[in-house]
Design a protein around this ligand. Structure first.
Ligand SMILES: O=c1ccn([C@@H]2O[C@H](COP(=O)(O)O)[C@@H](O)[C@H]2O)c(=O)[nH]1
Length: 236
């Protein structure tokens, strides 16, 4: 039975074994957060680990950022839906035919359909890096363009930096979900992230879900770190 979760926090389980990921999950509370399984953990631990987390009551974001031909991506998101995940994502830069194929593929799941999210520009990317990669459009405009396309293709939302959240909500509407990694509580190490905001800043800009890894998982007491962030958000 999955918990009802009012918390916006999604804890990134970036681990190199199922044991390590499950040990962290045991310290968390599925009524206080969701969890994210990304490329490292899924490559090592696979669908069994995802099913175990779902069985433990967690809503799971499968963050594999699918980017392939439309037929392959459609099949991949269906496979994710069969695992019972709450959210799955594709690269918005993979194109409109690809995104549309993914959205159409999930229609058969009805109420059990996971949220389908498009990745815009990674939160570790700077405007200079994007330009050096050959994208002439300014970063904020490029993110907005990808988000508008994702919405028109039937996606439920996008991954972006919370710094872009305000303009995306204005353009795409309040129902369009904004999933924001690059969240750093004040004073915590930025690491490889570049477009960061604090949890409360992110929510005030319009973010719906805050993806947080190391500030929680590397803390001496992850549950306390999670509760501290929830207190910062609610002001209690
Ligand atoms: O643009 C993106 C997309 C995904 N991520 C993922 O989120 C977490 C962030 O972890 P931190 O430890 O809080 O930096 C990680 O799993 C990334 O793969 C992202 O950071 N940015």
């Amino acid at each position: 039975m999955q918990s009802q979760v009012s918390s916006p926090i999604v804890v990134a389980l970036d681990y190199d074994s199922a044991d390590a990921a499950l040990a962290m999950a045991s310290q968390l509370d599925p009524s206080l957060c969701r969890v994210k399984v990304g490329k490292e953990l899924f490559t090592i631990a696979g669908p069994d680990l995802v099913s175990t987390l779902v069985d433990r009551g967690f809503q799971v974001f499968l963050d594999l950022k699918f980017h392939d031909i439309p037929n392959t991506v459609a099949a991949a998101v269906k496979a994710a839906a069969r695992l019972g995940v709450w959210m799955v994502n594709v690269h918005a830069g993979g194109g409109e035919r690809m995104m549309r194929a993914a959205a159409e593929a999930l229609a058969e799941f009805g109420e059990r359909k996971p949220l389908l999210i498009g990745v815009t520009v990674l939160t570790s990317t700077t405007p200079e890096e994007l330009a050096a990669a050959g994208v002439a459009t300014p970063l904020g405009e490029h993110v907005l363009d990808l988000a508008v396309k994702a919405r028109s293709c039937g996606l439920d939302g996008v991954v972006c930096s919370a710094r872009e959240a305000k303009s995306l909500k204005a353009a795409c509407g309040s129902d369009f979900k904004l999933v924001t990694p690059g969240i750093r509580p004040r004073g915590s190490d930025t690491g490889d992230q570049r477009r960061t905001l604090t949890p409360s800043e992110a929510l005030s800009q319009g973010a719906d879900y805050l993806v947080i890894g190391r500030p929680i998982t590397a803390a001496d007491n992850p549950l306390v770190a999670l509760q501290d962030i929830l207190s910062e958000i609610t002001g209690k």
